[in-house]
Design a protein around this ligand. Structure first.
Ligand SMILES: [Zn+2]
Length: 105
C-alpha cells in the first residue's frame, strides 16, 4: 500500500469524535488490521500508508477521501481524549508504533 494519489482532505487536526463518527465499522476494521497488536511492551508497527512523520489512515466519506494520523486515531480510540492541536508523541521513538503504552501527548 502506498499513499493514495489525490488525497487532499487531511483531517488530522479535526475533532476526533467528529472524525470517528464518519468512519464506518468496516473501515474501522481495516484500521485495526493495518497493524500488529503484538500485546505486551513491544512496538506495534503500522503497516498501512505513511507520511514523513508516521502512519496515515485513509477512508471515504461523502464521496471524498479523508486522511488522519494513524497514531492520533489510535490514541483517541484508547483514551477518548479529543486532542485539539496537540500532537501525539511516541515515547519509543518509532513514529509508526501504535502501542498505546508508547503514545503520549
Ligand atoms: Zn513503540
Amino acid at each position: 500500500m502506498g499513499t493514495p494519489k489525490g488525497a487532499k482532505t487531511d483531517w488530522t487536526f479535526n475533532s476526533l469524535p467528529t472524525i470517528l463518527a464518519t468512519i464506518l465499522p468496516g473501515q474501522l476494521g481495516r484500521f485495526y488490521r493495518a497493524y500488529n497488536n503484538g500485546g505486551g511492551d513491544e512496538c506495534w508497527e503500522w503497516k498501512g500508508p505513511r507520511d514523513s512523520d508516521g502512519g496515515r489512515f485513509y477512508w471515504n466519506y461523502q464521496h471524498r477521501q479523508r486522511v488522519v494520523s494513524a497514531s492520533r486515531l489510535a490514541y483517541y480510540l484508547i483514551t477518548r481524549k479529543d486532542l485539539g492541536k496537540e500532537k501525539v508523541r511516541h515515547t519509543c521513538g518509532n513514529n509508526l508504533c501504535m502501542n498505546p503504552a508508547h503514545l503520549e501527548i
